[in-house]
Design a protein around this ligand. Structure first.
Ligand code: DOR
Ligand code: ZN
Length: 344
C-alpha cells in the first residue's frame, strides 16, 4: 500500500464560526493541522484586538483535551479601521488582516467599500510587515460572477501592488489562471492560498445533473481550464508561492439547501486527504509536503511543525452528515469516498 509521511500541515484560511458550531468543527482541524489562520467574518466581525483575543480563547476552549492545535488570529478590516489599530494588532500578535470588499461574500457587509480610502491602514501594514489577506473579487452587480476575480486583479490588485510594492499580500482562495499567473510572476511578498474544491472540481460540479448547493462557495467554481491552471501552479516552478488554505466554511444543511443557499464548503474533516487526491492527479505528490506544511510558514516567517502525519492510499468513506449544534452539516463528498486516509 502506498504510504505518505509528511510534516504536519497548517491551514492558512479557515472558518471555525463560534458557539456550538465552533465546538462541532474545530476538532476536525485540530486532528489534522498544527495551526490555522482563523477568518474573522463572525457576526459581528472581529474588528478589534480585544475581540480577536476573546475569540482565540473560545477556540482554545473548544479544542479536544491535549490538543496542540494553535489558532492564529486575524482582524477584519472595515472603513473605520485605523493605522493605530494596525500597530496595536501587530504588537498583540495578530498575524494578518483580512480585506473583504463590502458585499463580496458571507458576513462581508461591514467590509471595505473603498480600498483607496484605506491607504493609510495598508501603508502601515506594509511598514510593519503585517500581511494583507485579500478576498479578491469585485462586487459590482454588472460584473459576471465568473469574471469577478479577473476584474479584481485589473481594477484593484495591480494598482494596489504598484502603489505599495512592499506590502505582504495573500491572494486568498484563488480560482483562475489569471490569479495563478499574477502570483507566480509577482515578488516574493505576494502569495496565494488554494482550496481543495478549486483543485478538484470545476463549475460542472455545481450545475450539471441538478444544482449542487454543497459545491457552492465564493469565489464560485470556475471552468476546467482554470482548475488545470491551479493544479499547474501548486506543482510548477513557482509552487513555493502557493499554500494550503481550505476556506472550509461550514453552514447548516438548512442554510445550504435553501431557496437562497449560503456560500461555503465544509472540507476541514478531510482537508489533507482531499489535497492528496489533487496532488496525485497532478502527478505531484512529492510537492504536497511543501504546499501543506512549508510554503505557508515560510511566507509568514514561522517554522514548520516538527511532527509528522501519515496518509495511506486507501479509500476513506465520508458520512452523509456531521452534527452541527442542533443542526446537520453536510461535508464535501458526503456519502462518497476520498482516495486517501490519514492515520490517527
Ligand atoms: O464560500 C465562502 N464562504 N466564501 C467566503 O469567502 C466566505 C465563506 C463563509 O464564511 O461562509
Ligand atoms: Zn474564506
Amino acid at each position: 500500500m502506498q504510504i505518505l509521511t509528511i510534516t504536519r500541515p497548517d491551514d492558512w484560511h479557515l472558518h471555525v464560526r463560534d458557539g456550538a458550531a465552533l465546538k462541532a468543527v474545530v476538532p476536525f482541524s485540530a486532528r489534522q493541522m498544527g495551526r490555522a489562520l482563523i477568518m474573522p467574518n463572525l457576526k459581528p466581525p472581529v474588528t478589534t484586538v480585544a475581540a480577536a483575543m476573546a475569540y482565540r480563547e473560545r477556540i482554545l476552549a473548544a479544542l479536544p483535551a491535549n490538543s496542540h492545535f494553535q489558532p492564529l488570529m486575524t482582524l477584519y478590516l472595515t472603513d473605520q479601521s485605523t493605522p493605530a489599530l494596525i500597530r496595536e494588532a501587530k504588537a498583540a500578535g495578530i498575524i494578518a488582516c483580512k480585506l473583504y470588499p463590502a458585499g463580496a461574500t458571507t458576513n462581508s457587509s461591514s467590509g471595505v467599500s473603498d480600498l483607496w480610502a484605506l491607504l493609510p491602514v495598508l501603508e502601515t501594514m506594509a511598514e510593519l510587515g503585517l500581511p494583507l489577506l485579500v478576498h479578491g473579487e469585485v462586487t459590482h452587480s454588472e460584473i459576471d460572477i465568473f469574471d469577478r476575480e479577473a476584474v479584481f486583479i485589473d481594477e484593484l490588485l495591480q494598482p494596489l501592488l504598484q502603489r505599495l510594492p512592499s506590502l505582504k499580500l495573500v491572494f486568498e482562495h484563488i480560482t483562475t489562471a489569471e490569479a495563478a499567473r499574477l502570483v507566480a510572476e509577482a515578488g516574493e511578498n505576494i502569495a496565494a492560498t488554494v482550496t481543495p474544491q478549486h483543485l478538484l472540481y470545476n463549475r460542472n460540479a455545481l450545475l450539471v445533473g441538478g444544482m449542487q448547493p454543497h459545491h457552492y462557495c465564493l469565489p464560485v467554481l470556475k471552468r476546467e481550464s482554470h482548475r488545470q491552471a491551479l493544479l499547474q501552479a501548486v506543482s510548477g516552478k513557482q509552487a513555493h508561492k502557493f499554500f494550503l488554505g481550505t476556506d472550509s466554511a461550514p453552514h447548516a444543511q438548512t442554510s445550504k439547501e435553501s431557496a437562497c443557499g449560503c456560500a461555503g464548503i465544509f472540507s476541514a474533516f478531510a482537508a489533507i486527504e482531499l489535497y492528496a487526491e489533487a496532488f496525485e492527479e497532478a502527478g505531484a505528490l512529492d510537492k504536497l509536503q511543501a504546499f501543506a506544511a512549508e510554503n505557508g510558514p515560510l511566507f509568514y516567517g514561522l517554522t514548520p511543525n516538527t511532527d509528522k502525519i501519515t496518509l495511506v492510499k486507501s479509500n476513506r468513506t465520508i458520512p452523509p452528515y456531521f452534527s452541527y449544534g442542533h443542526e446537520r452539516l453536510i461535508p464535501l463528498r458526503a456519502n462518497g469516498t476520498i482516495g486517501w486516509t490519514m492515520l490517527e
